[in-house]
Design a protein around this ligand. Structure first.
Ligand code: SF4
Ligand code: FES
Length: 234
C-alpha cells in the first residue's frame, strides 16, 4: 500500500491512505489530546479537543485524513490555548468536583487539565442542578458530570448493538437521554462495553468506586499521553 508522508510540527510522519491525523500521530508516538474518540468507534469529531492546524486551517485530527505533504501544527501556543479554552468550558458547564469524584485519577478530563496546567476556571461556573439516575442495580448516570462527548451513544449503538443512549435538545439545551423511563428500564447490562467507555465520572459502574487509593491511581503517576492511549487500544 502506498505510504503517505506529511509533517507534524516540522517532524516527518508516515501513514496509510485513509488514516486520520490522530491515528498517524498516535502510531508515531506524537500526542494529540482527544475526548470523543474511542477505540473501535467510527470517529465523530464532536469535542474538538483534538483540533490542529492543517495547511493553515483548524481541523479535528480524529476525522481529518492525512495526505502527502500536509503540514500539521499540533504543539503550538495557539493550538494549546484553543484546547485549554475548550477544556475550561467543559469544566465550568458541569459540576466537576474532582476531589470527591469516583473517577478521579482515571478521568480523562481531569488528566487533560493536569497536562494543560489548568488549576482554576477562567470562566464563571454555571453550577447546574441536573438529575442523577440511580435506578439501575449496577450502573449509574450522573448528568452533572456528563460532557456530552457522545461516546456512550456510539458505543451502545456500534459495539453493543443496543440503543440505550441518545441526545435530545440543541445547543445549551442538549442533554443525554436514556431509552426508557430511567436506566433500569433500558436493556443496559453491566457487562456491556458502554459501561467502561465514559471518559469522565458520568456513566459509572456501582460498587467499584475508590478501589484504588489516592497516590496509586493511573494519572497520579503518569500524564495522559500517546503511550497511555496506545495501551488502552492494545
Ligand atoms: Fe460522554 Fe460519559 Fe456523557 Fe456519555 S455519559 S456523553 S460517555 S460524558
Ligand atoms: Fe477529535 Fe473529539 S477527539 S473531535
Amino acid at each position: 500500500m502506498a505510504t503517505i508522508t506529511f509533517t507534524i510540527d516540522g517532524k516527518p510522519v508516515s501513514g496509510q491512505p485513509g488514516q486520520s491525523i490522530l491515528k498517524a500521530a498516535q502510531a508515531a508516538g506524537i500526542y494529540i489530546p482527544r475526548l470523543c474518540a474511542f477505540k473501535d468507534l467510527i470517529p465523530h469529531g464532536s469535542c474538538r479537543i483534538c483540533s490542529v492546524r492543517v495547511n493553515g486551517r483548524i481541523q479535528a485530527a480524529c476525522v481529518q485524513t492525512i495526505s502527502d505533504g500536509m503540514v500539521v501544527e499540533n504543539d503550538t501556543p495557539e493550538i494549546l490555548e484553543f484546547r485549554k479554552a475548550i477544556l475550561d468550558m467543559l469544566f465550568v458547564e458541569g459540576n466537576h468536583y474532582c476531589m470527591f469524584c469516583e473517577k478521579s485519577g482515571l478521568c480523562e478530563l481531569q488528566a487533560l487539565a493536569y497536562r494543560f496546567g489548568i488549576t482554576a476556571p477562567q470562566f464563571p461556573l454555571l453550577n447546574p442542578n441536573r438529575p442523577i439516575d440511580l435506578s439501575h442495580p449496577d450502573v449509574y448516570l450522573d448528568h452533572n458530570r456528563c460532557i456530552l462527548c457522545g461516546r456512550c451513544v456510539r458505543v451502545s449503538q456500534e459495539l453493543d448493538n443496543k440503543n440505550v443512549f441518545q441526545f435530545v435538545g440543541r445547543g445549551y439545551q442538549k442533554r443525554l437521554q436514556v431509552n426508557g423511563e430511567a436506566l433500569a428500564a433500558t436493556g443496559l447490562r453491566v457487562a456491556d462495553r458502554v459501561t467502561a467507555s465514559c471518559p469522565v465520572g458520568a456513566l459509572m459502574k456501582k460498587r467499584v468506586g475508590y478501589a484504588v487509593p489516592v497516590g496509586e491511581r493511573p494519572f497520579d503517576h503518569q500524564p495522559i499521553s500517546a503511550e497511555w492511549h496506545a495501551k488502552q487500544e492494545a
